[in-house]
Design a protein around this ligand. Structure first.
Ligand code: UDP
Ligand code: MG
Length: 317
């Protein structure tokens, strides 16, 4: 059995051939300092470069490393969920492979966990080597999300965190597929705290989060934690019909009083375009929710595993 493992470090990997060896080395250095038993769980999220081969090499040499290979790319959130499902430690740490989250911070997280906290998240006080656009959109997004939900979601916090196995079990009991893991961790509650850190530049390679994936993640965050956009659509609709009603009455009265036609075509066209815009925005917001309802109704698994390489027994919870 492997129930004496104290820490599991979950590392999602998507085309990380340039960073995986360095990442493994740094994680090992840090985790050895704990003097306690740990495992590293690599989740290869359908990489199409040499990541799988390199991860298998590490696995063959080090019995403390497990590797989950997905059958294709299912995305970062599915990868960390699979890692948590396989992890057996008393505390589970999720960290990106690219060393933007400094592994040394894990030791501070462990300190807090030992003080009795069940969730210790990493709060980015500074981001280095990221574009102005990324920093700006991230900063704005976290604040919008916070204002939209009654769940206490911390701002400037990614998935770099330590969670107790109790929290991990609570997360595993949530069946939703369009997962926004950091939001769900806030939702499940428990005793939470944070440690601050400076987010460094990527060790090597490019971001694996292009704009499309970022927008998907952002929408997952909002739709999973808030109904406010749907209600907002309602407000827009009400405001528009009121404006439309009042302006129609005013125009009719003016026509009657001044006995001339004040409606010119450009005014009608621009109003029309404006209204169409509002209708499409509203439909789009509903579409975001309906699409997700459809995904949940299909009830497909969140990820499919090709194989798991582990020289210890693996219990999938
Ligand atoms: N990642 C993944 N699947 C994906 C995209 C990313 O497993 O589809 C992993 C990636 O290998 C990295 C982590 O998720 O370990 C965060 O990705 P990245 O560093 O590219 O995101 P950024 O820091 O630029 O937001
Ligand atoms: Mg990164």
């Amino acid at each position: 059995m492997e129930n004496n493992i104290v820490y599991s470090v979950v590392v999602p990997l998507y085309n990380e051939e340039l960073v995986i060896f360095e990442s493994y080395k740094r994680l090992k250095e840090v985790m050895d300092k704990t003097g306690e038993k740990y495992e590293i769980v690599f989740v290869n999220d359908g990489s199409i470069d040499a990541t799988r081969k390199k991860a298998e090499l590490i696995c063959n040499k080090d019995r403390g490393v497990k590797l989950i290979n997905f059958s294709r790319n299912f995305g970062h959130q599915a990868a960390i969920t699979a890692g948590m499902d396989v992890a057996v430690g008393d505390a589970i740490v999720v960290i990106d492979a690219d060393l933007q989250d400094p592994p040394e911070v894990i030791l501070e997280m462990i300190e807090k966990w030992k003080q009795g906290y069940e969730v210790v998240y990493g709060k980015r006080i500074k981001r280095e080597g990221e574009s102005f656009l990324k920093k700006f959109t991230a900063k704005t997004y976290y604040r919008i999300l916070k204002s939209m939900t009654s769940v206490d979601v911390p701002v400037d916090v990614g998935d770099f965190r330590l969670i107790d196995k109790k929290v991990c079990a609570a997360l595993a009991s949530l069946p939703e597929k369009n997962r926004y893991v950091r939001g769900l961790v806030s939702w499940v509650g428990f005793k939470q705290t944070y440690v601050e850190f400076v987010r460094h530049e990527r060790f090597a390679g490019e971001t694996k989060y292009p704009l499309g994936k970022m927008i998907k993640l952002a929408m997952d965050g909002i739709t999973s934690l808030s109904h406010r956009p749907l209600i907002f659509v309602n407000y827009i609709g009400t405001a528009c019909s009121l404006i439309g009603l009042i302006s129609t009455i005013v125009i009719i009265m003016r026509n009657i009083i001044y006995q001339h036609n004040i409606l010119d075509l450009s005014l009608i066209l621009s109003l029309n375009t404006f209204m169409f815009g509002l209708v499409f925005i509203s439909l789009g917001i509903m579409g975001q929710y309906i699409g997700r309802i459809f995904d949940e109704a299909k009830d497909r698994p969140m990820y499919i595993i090709d194989n798991i390489i582990s020289y210890r027994d693996v219990d999938i919870k």
